[in-house]
Design a protein around this ligand. Structure first.
Ligand code: SF4
Ligand code: SF4
Length: 365
């Protein structure tokens, strides 16, 4: 089959790959799929129940909506209640803050707008120059460069009514924190296709070397995921720990210099709080001083503090570290469903709880 995209969905290849997974003869191993899109692909395939004994898959912290703590949603809510138009992604509107979601605040009249990107939010600021528009920016290196471009464009055109409430995060410090966590016990990573388009596959080399973990970058079609797992288990069997890129049709070994360049220009790395992982040094992107006039936190929230209370009973913190399966949370499927999410991991279809819930209902084990 010459077309790689077709091969990635070929059922015969899938059964050969599954057979190979079943011939695994290495030690017990926990493999973390870092990315929410992989979590969905794995849940859709019902892959967890098809794995050989001794191989466990853990969902990781790869969903930006899930890892953003309640305090950020409190900040966003405060902006919207103070009359700033708060623009953000659809998922973010449903995540609980300490008291309310942005969606609930909107139904009571707060100015909350759903957009697809920071550029849409900038367009909103252009169309309504009499309003302040703040974009709540969430995400890893995948989305942060677009936000940086929007900020640069705003500065170049002198658009002073556009700002960003940045909750962007760097992926690698979180992966390293998980490797240092003795409770988590990760033996290998299935690395995300999207963020790696920006970071480059070799970004994982220090983790692979220092912590002796195989890091395999995989795409999102069924056979992409299966090939990724086969390569992970090949390495574990042979006692190897290196970076492999089985998604070369989209990911290079080297970083995307243009994307990283704009990130470095507009943002500086700061300590940042993650749901489940706590405060991690150097893991957040805040607007650099030169772009301070577009920093919503500096402009509108300086000196204020927010409770940042996580929902009572929610176990997202453990789910995001891969130490608790979503269905082990006492609220899963009862008080917490995709229609009425209690915690962030149930909000989006790609959050671990959302993905597990959706495919359980569709009949996957
Ligand atoms: S769930 Fe939404 S925010 Fe989370 S990774 Fe997927 S698309 Fe991104
Ligand atoms: S099921 Fe709901 S409450 Fe439980 S961990 Fe998942 S999101 Fe949180």
């Amino acid at each position: 089959m010459n077309n790689p995209a077709e091969a990635a969905r070929d059922p015969e290849l899938a059964s050969r790959l599954l057979e190979r997974l079943h011939r695994y003869a290495g030690p017990p191993v926990g493999v973390m799929e870092v990315c929410g899109t992989h979590t969905v692909a794995i849940a859709r395939l019902g892959l967890r129940s098809l794995l050989p004994d001794g191989v466990r898959l853990h969902s990781g912290p790869g969903c930006p909506v899930c890892v953003t703590p309640a305090r950020v949603f409190d900040e966003a809510l405060a902006l919207a209640q103070d009359g700033v138009t708060l623009a953000t992604y659809g998922d973010a509107v449903r995540v609980p803050g300490s008291a309310d979601t942005l969606g609930e605040a909107r139904s009571r009249g707060a100015a909350v707008r759903v957009v697809y990107s920071a550029l849409d939010a900038l367009e909103l600021a252009r169309r309504e120059p009499e309003r302040e528009v703040a974009f709540l920016g969430l995400g890893f290196e995948t989305t942060a460069p677009t936000v940086a471009w929007a900020v640069k464009a705003a500065r170049e055109e002198g658009r002073s009514n556009f700002s960003v409430l940045s909750a962007h995060k760097a992926l690698l410090p979180a992966m390293e924190a998980l490797l240092r966590d003795p409770e988590v016990a990760i033996g290998a990573f299935l690395c995300p296709g999207h963020a790696t388009m920006v970071l480059g596959a070799q970004a994982y080399a220090p983790l692979a070397e220092e912590y002796r973990v195989p890091c395999v970058v995989a795409g999102f079609e069924p056979n992409d995921v299966l090939v990724g797992l086969v390569r992970v288990l090949d390495q574990v069997e042979r006692g190897e720990a290196r970076v492999e890129n089985v998604y070369p049709r989209a990911v290079d070994d080297a970083p995307n210099r243009a994307a990283l360049g704009v990130l470095d220009d507009v943002f500086v790395r700061v300590g940042s709080a993650w749901r489940g992982l706590g405060e991690l040094p150097g893991s957040g992107y805040e607007l650099a001083e030169a772009y301070g006039q577009h920093d919503a936190r500096r402009r509108f929230l300086a000196g204020r503090s927010f409770p940042g209370r996580e929902p009572e009973g929610c176990r997202c913190a453990q789910v995001l570290r891969g130490v608790l399966e979503p269905r082990e949370c006492p609220l899963f499927g009862g008080r917490c469903t995709p229609e009425h999410p209690v915690g962030a991991c149930m909000v989006s279809s790609e959050g671990a709880c959302g993905a597990h819930h959706r495919y359980r209902e569709a009949g996957a084990p």
